[in-house]
Design a protein around this ligand. Structure first.
Ligand code: SF4
Length: 407
C-alpha cells in the first residue's frame, strides 16, 4: 500500500553532536573491550603459557549495527520521558537487546502487527531496526503519527532499490534469504514495487532453487509449487507466468559462495530455456561487512587451531554462516556467551543441524599440551562478549583475568 501523501512524515534526527558525544561514551562503556583491542593490535594473537587465542581480523559489530545502536541510545537521550518502541529487535543480540529493555525501550512484534500498534500515538517514538521493516509496518507507524527514528542500514536500502527496480521492469525478484527474517520480509515488501503489482520468490537453499529451475524448464504442478513456497512468495504468484523474467538479489548476510552458485544456476537455466541471458538480471547485494567477516574467517582457518568458537545471537544470519564455514574445517561451536563454555571439553552451543542448543564434548585437552583456540563473531556481537570468551578460555587453562590484562 503506497504511503498517503497527506500523511505527515515525522522522522526525527537524534544525532546532534552533544547527544552523540554522550551516547558514544555510553556505548563504548557497555560494549567495548580493552583486551580485544590489545589482541587486535597484536595481529589477532595472544599467547600465555601454552594457550593461544587467535582472533579473526574482522569480526563483531559492523558499521550498520554500530549506527543502529547509537541511534537507539540517542533516542532515549533526546526523548527522556516519551514512550519509545522498537519494531522487533534492534539487532540479533540478546545482550544488546537487554540493554535497550533496561532503558525502557519496548520491543513490538515484528511478524504481525497486534493491538500495541493501534495504541501508538503521536507522542510515541518508534525505532526502526537496522534490518528495516515492511512497508505495511512503516505505514502503520506513520498513520499513528509517531515520531520515527529509522536506523535501517544503507546496505539494506541498496537491496530495496534493486528489487524495486526489478518490479518496475516487470522482473520477478528471486530473493536468496530466509523468509522468516526481518530483513528479507522488509525487502520482499519492496519487491512488489510502488504499485504493488510486482512479484518475488524467496529461496533459501540450493534445493529450493533447483525446484524452481526444474519448473522453469519442464513445468509441473503450480499447486505443488505454491505449497512449497507458501509464505515465501508474493500474493498471486503464478509460476507459469512469473518465472519469465528473473532478477536475483539477496539478504545482505548470506553466504557469498552460495549466493553466487544460485546466480549461476538461475542464469544457466534461463540460457537453456531462452537461448540467451537477456531475461536474467543480477545484483550482488551481500554487504561489505558480511563479506569481510567471511573472508577474515577463511584467512583465520589457514592457521592450525584445535577448535573455533563463533560468538553471537542464535538467530543472527551472518553469524550462522560463519559457523557453516568453520565447521567444514574443524570442531566449531556457536556460543551465545562465555557462559556456554563449561570447560574446554564441554561446550554448550547451538547446533545448526539439530536447530537447538546442545551440550557437546570436544576433544580432551590436557593442561600440558599446547592449545590454539580460534574466535570470531558476527556483525551483531559486541566486543565485551568476545572479551568474556577470551578470559574464560584462559581461566580454564589456569590463567586469571589479571594475568591476561597485564600480558
Ligand atoms: S550486516 Fe551489513 S547490512 Fe546488516 S547492518 Fe551490518 S553492514 Fe548493514
Amino acid at each position: 500500500m503506497p504511503t498517503s501523501p497527506e500523511r505527515q512524515k515525522r522522522r526525527v534526527n537524534v544525532r546532534t553532536p552533544e547527544v552523540m558525544e554522550r551516547v558514544q561514551a555510553e556505548v563504548a562503556d557497555h560494549y567495548q573491550s580493552s583486551i580485544v583491542e590489545k589482541v587486535r593490535a597484536r595481529n589477532g594473537v595472544m599467547t600465555i603459557g601454552n594457550t593461544t587465542i587467535r582472533l579473526a581480523k574482522q569480526f563483531g559489530f559492523c558499521y550498520g549495527v554500530e549506527r543502529a545502536i547509537d541511534l537507539a541510545y540517542a533516542s532515549r537521550r533526546v526523548f527522556p520521558v516519551h514512550r519509545i518502541f522498537l519494531i522487533g529487535e534492534i539487532i540479533h543480540n540478546p545482550e544488546v537487546n537487554r540493554q535497550l529493555e533496561a532503558m525502557n525501550i519496548v520491543s513490538l512484534p515484528w511478524r504481525e502487527m497486534n493491538g500495541q500498534y493501534d495504541d501508538l500515538n503521536e507522542n510515541d517514538v518508534v525505532i526502526v531496526p537496522a534490518f528495516g521493516a515492511p512497508i505495511s509496518f512503516m505505514d502503520k507507524v506513520e498513520s499513528r503519527g509517531c515520531l520515527t527514528v529509522d536506523t535501517t542500514c544503507g546496505d539494506v536500502m541498496k537491496v530495496w532499490k534493486r528489487v524495486r527496480g526489478f518490479a518496475r521492469d516487470g522482473i520477478t525478484s528471486i530473493i536468496h534469504g530466509k523468509a522468516d527474517h526481518e530483513e528479507t520480509r522488509a525487502t520482499a515488501s519492496r519487491a512488489v514495487g510502488e504499485d504493488g503489482r510486482g512479484h518475488y520468490l524467496i529461496v533459501l537453499t540450493l534445493e529450493d532453487v533447483d525446484f524452481v529451475l526444474d519448473y522453469l524448464l519442464h513445468g509441473g504442478s503450480a499447486d505443488a509449487f505454491r505449497e512449497r513456497f507458501a509464505g515465501a512468495m508474493s500474493e498471486g504468484f503464478n509460476p507459469d507466468i512469473h518465472l519469465a523474467l528473473l532478477g536475483v538479489a539477496n539478504q545482505t548476510t548470506m553466504l557469498k559462495s552460495e549466493t553466487e552458485e544460485i546466480q549461476r544456476r538461475v542464469r544457466e537455466a534461463i540460457v537453456k530455456r531462452d537461448g540467451h541471458a537477456d531475461n536474467f538480471s543480477v545484483f550482488d547485494t551481500i554487504c561489505g561487512a558480511t563479506q569481510e567477516r567471511q573472508d577474515a574467517l577463511f584467512d583465520l582457518l589457514k592457521h592450525t587451531m584445535n577448535l573455533l568458537l563463533v560468538v553471537g545471537g542464535y538467530n543472527s544470519s551472518n553469524t550462522t554462516h560463519l559457523v557453516e564455514i568453520g565447521e567444514k574445517e574443524l570442531p566449531t561451536f556457536f556460543i551465545r556467551s562465555a557462559e556456554c563454555i563449561v570447560s574446554l571439553e564441554e561446550i554448550i552451543h547451538y547446533d545448526l543441524h539439530q536447530k537447538e542448543e546442545v551440550s557437546a564434548y570436544s576433544a580432551l585437552f590436557s593442561a600440558e599440551e599446547p592449545i590454539v583456540v580460534g574466535i570470531t563473531a558476527g556483525a551483531s556481537c559486541p566486543s565485551n562478549l568476545i572479551e568474556d570468551t577470551i578470559l574464560k578460555i584462559f581461566e580454564l587453562r589456569g590463567v586469571d583475568a589479571e594475568a591476561v590484562r597485564s600480558a
